[in-house]
Design a protein around this ligand. Sequence first.
Ligand SMILES: Cc1cc2nc3c(=O)[nH]c(=O)nc-3n(C[C@H](O)[C@H](O)[C@H](O)COP(=O)(O)OP(=O)(O)OC[C@H]3O[C@@H](n4cnc5c(N)ncnc54)[C@H](O)[C@@H]3O)c2cc1C
Length: 553
Amino acid sequence: MISVFDRPREVSELQNEVFDLIVIGGGATGAGILLDAASRGMKTLLLEQEDFAWGTSSRSTKLIHGGLRYLKQLEISLVREVGKERAILHANAPHLVHPEELLLPLIESGSLGKYTTPVGLWMYEKLAGVPKEERFKTLSREEARKAEPLLNSAILQGAAIYREYRTDDARLVTSLLKTAARLGGQSLNYASVEGFLYDDAGAVCGVKVQDRIGRKAVTFKSHAVVNAAGPWCDEVRRLDSPVKGKHLQLTKGVHLVFSRERFPLKRSVYFDVPDDGRMVFAIKRGNTTYLGTTDTLYDQAIGHPRTLAADVVYLLNAANRMFPTLQLELKDVQSSWAGLRPLIHEEGKGPSELSRKDEVFQTDSGLISIAGGKLTGYRIMAERIVDMVMIRRTAQGAGPYRESKTENLPLAGGDFENYTAVARFKQRLFGESRQVEASTTEIDHLVNCYGTEATAVLERAYALHPEEMEPRWRMLRAELDYCLSVEGVCTLSDFLIRRTGRLYFDRDSLEPFYPAAAQYMAEKMNWTRERMQAQLAEFEQAYFEALSFPEQK
Ligand SMILES: Cc1cc2nc3c(=O)[nH]c(=O)nc-3n(C[C@H](O)[C@H](O)[C@H](O)COP(=O)(O)OP(=O)(O)OC[C@H]3O[C@@H](n4cnc5c(N)ncnc54)[C@H](O)[C@@H]3O)c2cc1C
């Protein structure tokens, strides 16, 4: 990941290279492709028009899951594939992909039957190859009430508990990019692809790019180009040739965040919304519980989906029906986000019926585009795409075929022996960090974000003079320093939204610190006063929108 401080030199050096592969789009799909290609020794560059993970990959439900509900739609191969991926991703990044037991309440007139649910779960786990000790359990009505006392006992008939994994999508993308960088894979944010370069035979051989930080047009050359632009996939395809046949259908999903005090779940729950047969997650995360998602067709500006008042009403009603003693209200919402699913259009199908499978398109010019799929499936999708590129290269005599190495490749910060080692590491850091007065919550945050690299953040905190700084600001400053030099942070929002997730999960505590963070960034990067004000305004807009819900966009 190119640091903002080295950017001018690096951008001009990149222009002199001829890459094996250029990847358009810095979400999970693009970052996965970059890492896969780098793991095979290919010289690869990824370009992202905004910040890394700025698109859908910072706005998902943040679960690494096999998609239990896709079984009902008979998406057997999808469930088998992503189900198996869960254990691989957990093993490669145990600090970032945490086991999460989900409780499935069985309710009167719900979509989960008392007898069909165990059969469905059995099949789900069989397809995913779940080991015996991790398999689901069924609970009687009484056991279910004990397991989660907030459940509506008037309609509860029993429950099942099964295992999925919880992650942070934007941190996963960052970790993929950092891992790729160690293998030579380069990535540049704020680099918008606006056209293609073609050779004499009409084959794509590079991209025309607007460098949005350097404010100039540049070109990068390569033997192959992959379009992994998520919801923008068709727009990028159109830069090359008209989109014929299959195309995208976007659907919007929103999430609401509550404090754990106000929504004190004992365990995460995946529950029915009887009105429309959909299902909603209520997930515990640190001091918060988040609730989502909705699924509605979307045909407006791709870059700026908003949580509307109707979305909030839908989710509050769903939660209040399943957890009636809570009586959640609008004023309890602490933050929110909205994201777009890049799905493939299917005539006559509703939003929740559209397949979540990925689709690959190739044009005569050689551009490969990938859309659809799940965050959970990023690694296997990437392997398939890079296989295609490798086969083409080998046929052109450009070197031997090399296999992907990502199945057993720990992600940056993920070099732990196992999951228990993560907890031990947190304890050790907490003991060692007394001098900077880091709280257990802060250590938890650092290790969940940076894994073993949390030590590099703490070292920066130790180097700051304790007497001059309020402890919380000292930790945040150290983290900001780290992200500026190692994680490609260019703007205040990059840091507070995508690298640290603070806008979503710690919004209330940001008030005293974000102006100081902007001031510090301005000093480090020689921003003019106007540039700093623009940065503050951009972040404040996002800060405001996380808690404002228009009737219509
Ligand atoms: C509400 C919701 C909940 C979800 N929950 C889950 C879940 O819990 N688990 C799961 O597995 N999946 C989930 N998904 C699906 C998952 O989030 C997506 O499949 C995945 O994030 C898509 O990643 P992507 O890289 O393809 O797209 P994106 O993350 O959108 O990345 C594409 C990137 O391309 C960039 N780009 C576009 N045009 C250009 C250009 N011209 N030049 C350069 N860059 C460009 C964009 O800025 C963007 O950052 C969810 C999706 C939604 C919307």
